[in-house]
Ligand binder design. Structure first.
Ligand code: NAG
Ligand code: NAG
Length: 190
């Protein structure tokens, strides 16, 4: 075994692997807040909380207990707001929005890219492939120490506070609100 060669290989791999992000992506994130509210816990119940991890970053754990039948009238919206100061009344809509649309349309157009890509590995949320085939299962979706990297989020985002508000409106209304703080990306190689 040539350990020098192996180490070199690992270093090379690491350089290539991290090159794209270090070159382009200008942000790192930290979860500051997450809260879920249901208009009727008998129909959809959720408890999603921040947990402190060993390395001092917050991760997301909890559940969504989905108990109503989603259908073609179920709606969904994602709002992205930004504030430099983080004060409540400073948040303004950004250009990145998922307008109110049917939940099924949301599943077809956005779910795999912005939900599953980030939350698929730490939850039992389903991989629905390229086209959603009903039904959306009534089950408990579990979140276990999630720290989603924002895989398909823009590489260039302004520093400051970003608020995401996800609304699902069916027989009951579920709102999940989260606030992330973006900081300059730490370059691990220097
Ligand atoms: C909803 O979840 C909370 C937190 O786990 C629990 O205390 C409450 O009893 C649940 N409500 C219903 C109707 O199941
Ligand atoms: C719903 O549950 C069935 C049976 O477990 C499974 O085969 C299917 O993939 C699930 N669909 C979704 C969208 O989660």
């Amino acid at each position: 075994m040539n350990f020098a060669l192996i180490s070199y290989g690992i270093l090379l791999y690491f350089l290539c692997f991290s090159a794209r992000n270090d070159a382009i992506r200008n942000w790192d994130h930290e979860f500051l807040y997450i809260e879920s509210t249901s208009s009727n816990e008998e129909l959809v119940n959720a408890s999603i909380k921040l947990e402190h991890t060993e390395i001092g970053k917050n991760s997301v754990s909890g559940f969504i207990d989905w108990k109503f039948d989603a259908d073609e009238h179920t709606m969904c919206q994602l709002r992205f707001l930004w504030s430099q100061s983080g004060r409540d009344n400073d948040y303004k809509d950004t250009i990145h929005q998922v307008p109110m649309m049917t939940f099924y349309e949301f599943l077809d157009k956005y779910y795999m890219k912005i939900v599953y890509a980030d939350w698929g590995s730490c939850t039992n949320l389903p991989d629905i492939g390229s086209k959603f085939v009903p039904p959306w299962n009534k089950t408990t979706y579990i979140f276990s120490k999630c720290d989603p990297p924002g895989v398909n989020f823009p590489d260039i985002l302004p520093r400051g506070y970003h608020k995401l508000v996800c609304k699902i409106i069916g027989q009951a209304e579920l709102v999940i609100e989260t606030i992330l703080k973006l900081t300059p990306r730490k370059n691990m190689l220097v």
